[in-house]
Design a protein around this ligand. Structure first.
Ligand SMILES: [Cu+2]
Length: 126
């Protein structure tokens, strides 16, 4: 009798664990949905700002956007939200031709900090 009860409890616990695991997969972290400039794009004119749209609302308190180009770090305005699911930072000067990397950091619904990088290239007259 005891053994049967134990097995039943174990089976119920396993089922609960699987449900938790499945729930965790559904509740994923904030992901990039699109950006401006777009990831991998080659553009003919220097952008005036960087904007990134995410799959969930972002926490601006832990959000960062860092832009690095052919001559090092580019001075940006503070990362802010124009919409709950987007981050934006203005670009001060004009950007020279070359490859650029946007390093971003933010947190979504569960508050966990997530990071990533996007890339674009500027080639004037293209
Ligand atoms: Cu998380």
């Amino acid at each position: 009798m005891h053994l049967i009860k134990f097995r039943l409890v174990t089976a119920t616990m396993l089922l609960a664990l699987c449900t938790l695991a499945a729930g965790a997969v559904v509740q994923a972290h904030a992901k990039v949905e699109k950006s401006e400039p777009a990831d991998g794009a080659t553009i003919a004119a220097a952008p005036a700002s960087i904007q990134i749209w995410f799959s969930e609302a972002v926490d601006t308190k832990v959000s960062k956007i860092v832009l690095t180009g052919p001559s090092g770090a580019v001075k940006l305005g503070p990362a802010h939200s124009m919409a709950p699911r987007s981050l934006m930072a203005g670009i001060g000067g004009t950007l020279a031709d070359g490859a650029y990397t946007i390093d971003w950091q933010t947190a979504g619904d569960d508050g966990h900090v997530v990071k990533g990088a996007l890339h674009f290239t500027i080639r004037h007259g293209e």
